[in-house]
Ligand binder design. Structure first.
Ligand SMILES: Cc1ncc(COP(=O)(O)O)c(C=O)c1O
Length: 446
């Protein structure tokens, strides 16, 4: 089916208003064009609603948990309300904690700091580096890439059952791959983890912007995500979930805000009583604008309605998939098979093209922003591409890196259509411009 023949369902909602939709960029071939942002998986544009909420709050900005003044009280209230909004968005259980962090990377590093000393960690090699690397090396078991959701569950079950000693364990798994966009069987993996006395943290960096995520429904112990991928690019992220390990561990950062009472002891040392609430891991002045922006995005997505958002995104996915399927030189990467359910994240390679060259031409000649490379998931890319990736050679040489297009709630049809058309034209007609390699990247010759 070609792009133009994908049926347009009248019930498909409009894209949500996002910033940057009117931005034009220069084309290397002359003139300008409206920028097509197809790199949502890296950072999504801000929702207009989030921007408006932040702008409306900005004059009332004040210190959180510190001042006696009205605006400090107001900001503290807003910050704590944001925590409750996020808890609701994530379907938190009554005794879960919501900790505001900087990002998913920060959230998973925080969790890595609070796991009990004898806890084993199980993680698939397919994870983003943020989920792959924070754990102490001698306690991690890296699991081979599964080739189906079922194999993922079986692999995990085998690994958990065979752990020696059979002590505390944590599984860290993504909800949707940042490379293939494929959905992982989170509920089944959580059931497997719990059946084997393990806990599970869901890396929802790529899932939360595209699908509802509920700790209760999925029965996961923690969820981590980033505001900047959830249309709220103001420097906040979230770790939400079970309070016990968070409460029992030393604070992630030591400092004001995390400490309830600090006193000099008779021996001259300092004695600290740490908070037991989420504040324990939020030392320093909280990022109230970031937290409020995340809460605003949660509200906006909920109000837009997940059914409508998911239906629209699936329509865009089908449009891209069917368009690319007609270009035999394009190979879309997949772990679980072509028909596996996925979010609007899609990586591919093009026969005979260096991925950096291809991505540079999409930008310079068509005004389309995608990403090329290994997407902070090097082991997964090695598995998918079949052999160790090479450093991109001169522009035009075959590449073992990949190109990723990603989109979401703010993406208009025109962006994905322009993308498919541009891919087809580059493959059939070649690039119109000359490119050269600069520091390993392909750039248009000035
Ligand atoms: C699946 C996944 N996990 C974690 C991260 C890290 O997110 P951040 O860079 O916001 O910390 C990313 C970022 O791309 C991601 O895609």
């Amino acid at each position: 089916m070609s792009v133009s023949t994908v049926a347009v369902d009248a019930s498909i909602c409009s894209p949500l208003p996002v910033l940057g939709r009117d931005v034009t960029v220069p084309l290397v071939t002359g003139g300008t064009i409206a920028y097509a942002a197809l790199d949502y998986a890296a950072s999504a544009p801000a929702l207009q609603r989030v921007w408006d909420d932040v702008a409306a709050y900005a004059p009332y900005y004040g210190s959180v948990h510190r001042g006696a003044g009205y605006l400090s009280q107001f900001s503290t209230d807003l910050f704590e309300k944001a925590r409750r909004t996020v808890a609701e968005f994530l379907g938190c259980r009554a005794d879960d904690q919501v900790v505001f962090t900087r990002s998913t990377t920060d959230s998973l590093n925080l969790l890595a700091r609070v796991v009990p000393a004898d806890c084993r960690v199980f993680v698939f090699e397919t994870e983003h580096h943020a989920a792959l690397l924070p754990w102490q090396d001698d306690r991690v078991t890296y699991l081979d890439a599964p080739r189906s959701p079922r194999q993922a569950v079986e692999t995990l079950e085998r690994a958990l059952a065979g752990r020696d000693p059979y002590g505390p364990a944590l599984v860290c798994v993504t909800g949707a791959s940042n490379v293939t966009g494929e959905l992982w069987p989170v509920r089944e993996l959580a059931a497997a983890a719990h059946a084997h006395g393990a806990r599970i943290v869901l890396d929802a960096a790529q899932l939360a912007p595209h699908h509802p995520v509920s700790l209760t429904d999925l029965d996961v112990d923690w969820v981590a995500f980033s505001g900047h991928k959830l249309y709220a690019p103001f420097g906040a992220g979230v770790l939400a979930g079970r309070a016990d390990w968070l409460r029992e561990a030393e604070p992630y950062l030591a400092g004001g805000g995390a400490s309830r009472r600090v006193a000099r002891r008779a021996d001259g040392r300092v004695e600290v009583e740490w908070h037991e609430s989420a504040a324990r891991h939020e030392a320093g002045s909280p990022n109230v604008i970031g937290a409020y922006a995340v809460a605003s995005a949660c509200t906006a997505l909920t109000e837009a309605g997940w059914d409508a958002l998911v239906t629209r995104e699936q329509y865009l996915i089908d449009r891209v998939r069917s368009g690319l399927a007609e270009i035999p030189q394009v190979r879309v990467l997949s772990l679980f098979g072509d028909d596996a359910p996925r979010v609007g994240v899609l990586s591919f390679v093009v026969d005979g093209w260096n991925s950096s060259h291809f991505a540079a031409a999409l930008s310079a000649e068509y005004g389309i922003g995608v990403r090329d490379g290994l997407f902070c998931a090097h082991p997964l890319l090695r598995t998918l591409l079949g052999t160790a990736p090479q450093t991109p050679a001169e522009c035009g040489a075959p590449s073992l890196n990949a190109i990723r297009a990603s989109f979401g709630a703010g993406t208009p049809d025109e962006h994905v259509d322009r993308f498919v058309t541009a891919v087809r034209r580059l493959v059939t007609e070649g690039a119109k411009w000359t490119y050269r390699t600069e520091e390993g990247r392909c750039v248009p010759v000035a």
